[in-house]
Design a protein around this ligand. Structure first.
Ligand code: CO8
Length: 260
């Protein structure tokens, strides 16, 4: 699969997606969103890719937002559809069924911050900057930012970012729980891959069912969520990985998961 706006590499069960428009700070244009959707559909059914890393080309930006040039073409009749289509791409990430780690290598603004939010885990380079500057353009976040940011960092902090449009640095993003880890820029790739490898070393059935259960946290009430958790726990108990994981612990050895 050849892309105009993305680079995709897969190695040792880790797929790396790089948004590749560095001259525009990797701003997401329509082409990038459509290519991303096709690639994610392919990854979803590719058994060779178990964990995905999402990053941006160059050292300056992860993604500096949706492409503002394309935004200018929107009006009161077309804006909603534009947002819905963008949201559907980001939903593909959240519901990929495989962990997606954002390796945030610089500006993550507007749609770029929302892209990182749609990923399951976020590792940031020290120079990364996060922000939802949409109000500066007279709009609100439209790719899930009003929902996912508030769910991740709480309503008060999300509103502060969304209402002021201010950027925060990586340490502040870590402090408020927006990112999982901050590392020197030179170590971003290796730290993200180390996290991916750690996840890969576990039984992938349990990883996928854990993702599914935690993804439902904000979709359901506690009673239904616990019911779902119990059902998925039961599924895990029927797997060979469960037998192997528990046996390995009792035999004081490392488990060798077959993902079955
Ligand atoms: N869209 C299009 N082009 C961009 C974008 C962008 N979001 N960001 C940067 N670029 C382009 C610049 O225009 C410039 O292009 P050129 O060289 O052709 O002039 C190039 O990238 C380099 O950028 P700068 O020269 O501006 O670089 P600086 O280092 O001076 O500044 C900044 C870096 C601070 C990141 C600056 O580029 C900036 O402020 N960018 C815009 C950030 C922003 O506002 N992002 C949010 C956009 S809105 C959004 O993402 C969500 C909209 C709502 C969702 C839609 C649902 C309807």
């Amino acid at each position: 699969m050849n892309f105009e706006t993305l680079i995709f590499e897969a190695k040792n069960h880790i797929g790396t997606i790089t948004i590749n428009r560095p001259d525009k700070l990797n701003a997401l244009n329509l082409k990038a969103k459509s290519e991303l959707a096709s690639l994610l559909e392919r990854i979803k059914s590719d058994p060779d890719v178990e964990v995905v890393i999402m990053t941006g080309a160059g050292e300056k930006a992860f993604v500096a937002g949706t492409d503002i040039k394309e935004l200018t073409m929107l009006n009161g009749d077309t804006g909603k559809d534009f947002a819905v289509k963008g949201q559907s791409v980001f939903n593909l990430i959240e519901n990929l069924g495989k962990p997606v780690i954002a390796a945030v290598n610089g500006y993550a603004l507007g749609g770029g911050c929302e892209l990182a939010l749609a990923c399951h885990l976020r590792v940031a380079a020290e120079h990364a900057k996060f922000g939802q500057p949409e109000v500066n353009l007279g709009v609100i976040p439209g790719y899930g930012g009003t929902q996912r940011l508030a769910r991740l960092v709480g309503k008060g902090r999300a509103l502060e970012m969304i209402l002021t449009g201010d950027q925060i640095d990586a340490q502040e993003a870590f402090r408020i729980g927006l990112v999982n880890k901050v590392v020197p820029a030179a170590e971003l790739r290796s730290a993200s891959e180390a996290l991916a490898r750690k996840i890969l070393s576990k039984g992938q059935i349990a990883i996928r069912l854990a993702l599914k259960a935690v993804n439902m946290t904000h979709e359901t009430n506690l009673t239904d969520g616990l019911e779902l958790e119990a059902s998925l726990f039961g599924l895990c108990c029927g797997s060979e990985d469960f037998k192997e994981g528990t046996a390995a612990f009792l035999e004081k050895r490392k488990p060798s998961f077959k993902n079955k």
